[in-house]
Design a protein around this ligand. Structure first.
Ligand SMILES: [Zn+2]
Length: 218
């Protein structure tokens, strides 16, 4: 059986096969790997494939581990990332732009990926910037819809930090739309959730949105 060492990578499509590394990454305890494996074998059989042919032998296990990774956040409470706060008298906007995220649309279990822009106007409580990225990641790694992902991020910040305002904008490409169904490659879905001053005050809202899009307006 072909292995994914450096030599045969160039001659066959094995870019995604790294069983050694995958096996080391333990799946979260709430994910039943053997059960997913069984289901994937069934899928392969159902489309008329032979799940026992050489190239597919390890596929159910690889798919199970990939799902485990993509849905690792399901039992996680991403709000925990916001519990380490610093008390700072900083009353200007904190914005983290272009946070890459990868999620799974809950209607098709196909990936949707994109960028999140997250901002808040603190009222004495700030968190480390990496925590904003972890917050996005925690809510993204589960079966999701983009609208809910956007509001969950905004609500978590609003409720945990009690800031003057929160703005969260997500731009994503949904493979359930680009590679199947309507087949609209290049289409991007944009969702936003505004809270506090960014919702109530039009001047603050346009200020935060122009800050988010800044020089990258497209
Ligand atoms: Zn979908």
């Amino acid at each position: 059986m072909a292995r994914s060492n450096g030599k045969d990578r160039s001659s066959s499509h094995l870019c995604c096969v790294d069983d050694d590394a995958d096996a080391k990454a333990a799946a979260p305890s709430h994910i039943d790997i053997p059960r997913i494996e069984k289901a994937i074998r069934e899928v392969l059989a159902a489309i008329g494939e032979d799940p026992d042919r050489e190239g597919l032998l390890k596929t159910p296990n690889r798919v199970a581990r990939a799902y485990a990774e993509l849905m690792a956040g399901f039992k996680e409470d991403p709000r925990l990332h916001l519990r380490t706060v610093f008390h700072e008298q900083y009353d200007e906007v904190v914005l983290l732009r272009d946070i890459d995220f990868h999620s799974l649309c809950e209607h098709h279990l196909l990936p949707f990926t994109g960028k999140a822009h997250v901002a808040y106007l603190p009222a004495g409580r700030v968190v480390g910037l990496s925590k904003l990225a972890r917050l996005v990641e925690g809510y993204a790694r589960r079966p999701q819809v983009q609208e809910r992902l956007t509001t969950q991020i905004a609500d978590a910040l609003m409720e945990e930090l009690n800031p003057v305002g929160v703005a969260c904008v997500l731009e994503a490409t949904h493979t359930c739309m680009t590679i199947r169904g309507a087949k609209k490659p290049g289409s991007t879905m944009v969702t936003s959730a505004l809270r506090g001053i960014f919702k109530e005050n039009p001047a603050s809202r346009s200020e935060i949105l122009s800050l988010m899009y800044g020089s990258t307006i497209h």
